[in-house]
Design a protein around this ligand. Sequence first.
Ligand code: SIN
Length: 531
Amino acid sequence: MRIESDFLVIGSGIAGLSYALQAADHGSVAIVTKYDVSESATNYAQGGIASVISSEDSFEAHINDTMIAGAGLCHEDVVRMVVEEGPKTIENLIEWGVKFTTKGASYDLTREGGHSARRILHAQDITGREIQRALVEAARNHKNITIYEHHIAIDLITTAKLFNCSKDKNCCLGAYVLDIKGSQVVTFSSKVTLLASGGAGKVYLYTCNPDVASGDGVAMAYRAGATIANMEFMQFHPTTLFHPLGKSFLISEAVRGEGAILRRRDGTAFMEKYHKLKDLAPRDIVARAIDNEMKISGDDCVYLDITHEPADVVRNRFPNIYQTCLELGLDMTKEWLPVVPAAHYVCGGVAVNMNGETDLKALYAIGEVTYTGLHGANRLASNSLLEAAVYANRAYLHTIEAIKKPCSKWVDLPEWNSGTATNSDEMVVVSNNWDEIRRFMWNYVGIVRSDKRLARAMRRVELIQSEIEEYYWNFIITSDLIELRNLVTVAQLIVSCAQMRKESRGLHYTIDYPERDDVNCKHDSYIKKEL
Ligand code: SIN
């Protein structure tokens, strides 16, 4: 089966949907999404979207905060562009129907770690769900948008693979996509392909990401020959709920923004030992501080205390967090919440320019799947939804020009060839490899790293990679197998980038090079597959 469209969008979070809503006024859009259209990382974002709205705030302050958090690796031109285009982008979201929480005649702005001002728009503590709701509704009502749910992209289709053309002319023609329910591979042919497939938290044992976050976009782009950058910078969110039934539920940084304090089991507040901003220090510092406190005390978690705030204020401001914790037997208005860090956001990804263009013709990428230069070595809280929305707008403006002279017409793309593959009767291989990757990534490539641990991780990556390749070509493809293949590629990219960086900076901390080295290491870690 073959489907043709002007724009193929892979992913259905804020990035993919806000791009699609604009591009659809200029051509047909196919959105491919792995599960239900609402199942994206955006849907689970609690905190909000940072933008300079208040008259007491300024672009310079937001730029400065972003650059400080990014630990010397942010690209200043990108930071300035994103911050300055932020307010206009917020207007787009509001026009599409997003309802942010208001206070009197204006918006209620909250604070999170690393921000010097209140500048985070939110919808109570379910900001992402509200954005997702509004964008899905608008997309479903657009006549030029077709949404393919339960469809997982397998690989990008490129001229280099099909026609063996020279690498510098490599052009993306669409993607092979598995229709999960129909169990068939569909050929999506497009003039422009946009990756908006989100992050890769599932490569770690503990993550607050939803199951969709298996790094599919980065892995596909890498296999197709696009440049990938800075994958060593995996952000660990300091506070996810430590509870056997809590599934690493996120306790938003906004809880600390509204006054919560991190404590040891004995009640001692410890963040002042680590940073002058105490509990509102940048996220990498808070996550490492918690990791350190847990190692010193031998405890399984630390505690987050907001019991000093009036109970009704907490319930009104954080209704989702309050209710979820209560269902697990924890009343945050009366008791401290047990918390631990968990993988949250990958700051690296497919390298793109300011229009979201990759180095493959007709392939664009926006949102968490990318490395734009905005986050540097550590993302400032609530800058990610902003980045996704700003780049959606810029990629849209660029691609509506690009489709006027496509690098290739809808050529007669060959159907997916499954050769002699048969049904596998050994799914245990998939689940075992999946567990193993996530466990060694957590233990060896987590908050604190070393040369030895990285080398151990790489040996395992190589072994699993060879097993998966064999399995992949011999058995009929399933979504689990596609995700597993992507996860191991992402693991390889994270470890490779981490091995390149012989210093500690932002989210990358190694005991072998504990200091930041601005003389030898102030650069991005690029990686590209030889085709
Ligand atoms: C949070 O609510 O703490 C997450 C915000 C973010 O990661 O930007």
